[in-house]
Design a protein around this ligand. Sequence first.
Ligand SMILES: Cc1ncc(COP(=O)(O)O)c(C=O)c1O
Length: 369
Amino acid sequence: MNVQNASLIVDMTRSLPPVAPSFNSALGVSLRGIASRSDLAGLLRAATPIGSNRDRAAARMWLAPRYPELGDERRVIVTNGTQSALLLFLRIHAPIGSVILAEHLSYGVLSNLARAAGVRVRGVPLDSEGMIPDEFERLCRESSPVALYCNPTVHNPTTSTLPAERRVAIAAIARRFGVKIFEDEPLGLLHPDAPSPIAALVPEASWYTMGMTKCLAQGIRVAFCVIPKGIDIPMELGDVGRLSYWLPSPLSLALVTEMIENGLAQTILGEISRECQRRQELACDLLRNFPILCPPRSMHLWLQLPARATEEQIVPKLASQGVLVRGSAQFITEVQGKGVNALRLSLSSPSSLELVYKGLKLIATLISF
Ligand SMILES: Cc1ncc(COP(=O)(O)O)c(C=O)c1O
């Protein structure tokens, strides 16, 4: 992309949260809290696989608004982010050469992780409400998948939230075909009223993961996972449990635990939520005449392009004016899959509301309907 001549750069490619105003002070208070811990040296001596009981109790508290049914912290493990959790899950449940299903468009990194794990992804068709249960069932019959990766709450990239009836239908189909589920809900706490996780409907065969990337900070590298009910952790992890690539750094984890316990993580989440709301309202106002999907507090929006303006033309055209966005092709999960001529605009990653305004104004002038 040629952005060299642009005087303004608005990067709307990555879905990172806006910086919360109280982040620095919250970090200072929490780091001082950790520094006063009498077990600090022991804490850093070695990483604790899955986290300590204290960390897992904090994780349970954090997850409770979205997953009250999870029971006690014995089902929770901590990893150094969702990507590691997903790779761990694939290593455990998806043998090399097996097939997994995922929404036809989804988290862009999924296809890289699947390649690394030696598994093939087939994309489940979507409509405006998300994954279509009949299509999921068809692919279960056709492809004998071992697992489903899904992101049903404010889906990346289309922003749809799967309705409760579909979650129930998908859970029933997964159970019937013996398909394990990896449910990724990084935005869950920004949308606490979304229907219950699919994982809660098939607790015996699901991993549910909520990373801290969107609701605290990507650089902290901590994700909480709820593993299947009734299975003990060493048994679920098997040999992969001995590898260290997925373990959280003890310092990062201690920080997250401290911030949940002292309530500052929740304060930051509230600030992120309010800033997302401001940006979403601005976007809905500026692009009111465009076919966009952008629910309240969404970190990104989905813009369907008219047939005469393809994403292959529009993405570089916007880049030449300094506005960086992603086209639907970047979210295709199946090797032979096709894009849908749409753009994902991240509203949350530009550093200010003013930059979001400038980026969206440029988009509104460059794309005419
Ligand atoms: C759907 C989805 N899952 C997970 C992540 C983040 O993963 P991690 O916890 O490894 O930062 C992202 C984006 O950054 C995402 O869009």
